[in-house]
Design a binder for this molecule. Structure first.
Ligand code: F0G
Length: 463
């Protein structure tokens, strides 16, 4: 007889109404496809992918309620009803006063960076994100990482690895002067650290420190609900607080946010900028018409705004987030149990393989994470993404590869899309690659784009 279960199982709080078939390919086919794609999983065709864990961005399954919302899209050029629904949802759940819609997150980053950053400014943040930092640099600023040291150590079990090191932050402010720090760039569920949360006690301290110097906090709220879930799970005093209240408490400690609604808000496209300062809002409204569209649609169709508004409400439902993060934890625990090196604690939106420990025979300038993502695809058809030396890019001053401490492959889990069985198949595929890891070869560039090179770079194997 099999062992009786030690703990109660849980299940997804939904049933499946529509399905999309996926295609299995052979190893020989996949070898051809990845060579054609220059060993870059971003350049594969989706039809050639079996289980797609490239990103959780824009890949969610929408609910029937969101699809119903698409039918009541008000496609007026100006004053679409759906914009007002979106504005209402952002005010209700995040509490920010003024909302400027954008087609996705980086458009909001562009606007806020151009409006707030002057040449020679410094923007401290809890680890960089690729598009966020690039927009800060394009506006003339320099990003300064002030995340706690533990975040750069894949084996450190700190429960709040996205916390800001208050000494690093204050040292920077004192060194360059508060007038050269336009804002603190604070992200929830920090992507590049492995989907790690910030604690509310840390954020409160950051708030107190920055208020002393009159410096605002701009929040990258892309995965705020997922961060709130881990606060509820891990931070003292929050276990009985509703998830929505925790989300609100985070937002209330900041002055505005940029949002890629393609993640937490469960939509395929969309985003916004939200601020509390009316003057700043007016400037952002003026800028959005130059780059995105009128200030009541900002590059989105009316129906897209409706889906964001409804998705935002769903994102703060406890059962949804519990199952979403639970699925990621399930995949992570399996791999960890088999001794596959992953970032711990397991984060919220994906499992991050530690490519330095996975492929110790490769030098970081041979792009081990890029090579590992390609090897996983060849072995199984599972698509993952590099988050290491290629993503980090070159230092604008020295032109050298930045060689970040974290050299990772991200297995990102789309929301409400795959089943536990897909996670089992994925875990077994990774184990297979791990067993044959000595065979994975390093890569060198054959094409390297100037900006965000990871999206379009091409490589060949080093013999
Ligand atoms: N901020 C964070 C934390 C993100 O993860 C992303 C996108 C953005 C901003 C930019 O938003 O794509 O809507 O323009 N992350 C995706 C990813 C691309 O795969 O992690 P966007």
């Amino acid at each position: 007889m099999a062992d009786r279960p030690k703990k109660k199982s849980w299940a997804e709080p939904f049933k499946i109404k529509v399905v999309e078939p996926i295609r299995m390919t052979t190893r020989e086919q996949r070898l051809d496809y990845i060579k054609e794609a220059g060993y870059n999983t971003f350049l594969l065709r989706s039809r050639d992918v079996y289980i797609d864990l490239l990103t959780d961005s824009g890949t969610s399954a929408m609910s029937d309620n969101q699809w119903a919302g698409m039918m009541v899209g008000d496609e007026a050029y100006a004053g679409s009803e759906n914009f007002y629904h979106l504005e209402e949802a952002v005010r209700k759940y995040y509490g920010y006063k003024w909302i400027v819609p954008t087609h996705q997150g980086r458009a909001a980053e562009h606007i806020i960076s151009q409006l707030m950053i002057k040449k020679g400014d410094y923007i401290p943040g809890n680890m960089y994100f690729t598009t966020t930092r690039l927009h800060q640099e394009l506006a003339g600023g320099g990003f300064v990482d002030v995340i706690i040291d533990e975040a750069h150590d894949p084996e450190n079990e700190h429960p709040f690895k996205a916390n800001i090191d208050l000494n690093k932050l204050e040292d920077l402010i004192k060194k360059v002067g508060p007038e050269k720090v336009p804002y603190v760039s604070m992200a929830t569920a920090v992507n590049m650290a492995g989907g790690q949360p910030i604690s509310l006690s840390n954020l409160k301290q950051v708030r107190a420190l920055t208020q002393k110097y009159g410096i605002p906090i701009i929040h990258d709220a892309t995965r705020v609900a997922e961060n709130a879930y881990l606060i509820k799970e891990r931070e003292e005093g929050y276990a009985d607080k509703p998830l929505a209240d925790i989300v609100r408490e985070i937002c209330d400690l900041t002055d505005g946010c940029t949002m890629s609604a393609k993640k937490d808000c469960l939509v395929n496209i969309g985003g916004f900028l939200a601020v509390n300062d009316e003057e700043l809002y007016k400037k952002a409204q003026n800028m959005v018409v130059v780059y995105e569209g009128l200030h009541t649609y900002g590059g989105m169709a009316g129906r897209d705004m409706e889906a964001v508004a409804r998705g935002l409400a769903e994102s703060v439902e406890f059962d949804h987030i519990k199952a979403r993060v639970g699925q990621v934890q399930y995949l992570g625990e399996k791999l960890r149990g088999w001794g596959v090196p992953i970032i711990v604690p397991i984060g919220t939106h994906g499992v991050f393989l530690d490519a330095k420990r996975f492929l110790p025979h490769l030098d970081q300038d041979q792009f081990p994470a890029q090579a590992l993502a390609a090897a996983i695809y060849i072995e199984s058809g599972v698509r993952s993404m590099e988050r290491g030396n290629v993503s980090a890019g070159r230092d604008p001053e020295t032109g050298e590869n930045r060689k970040p401490k974290l050299e990772l492959v991200r297995l990102t889990v789309p929301r409400r899309v795959y089943t536990q069985a897909h996670m089992d198949v994925t875990a077994e595929a990774i184990l297979e690659v791990f067993d044959n890891r000595d065979r994975v070869k390093g890569l060198h560039f054959v094409y390297e784009p100037e900006y965000l090179r990871f999206f379009q770079a091409r490589f060949e194997e080093i013999d």
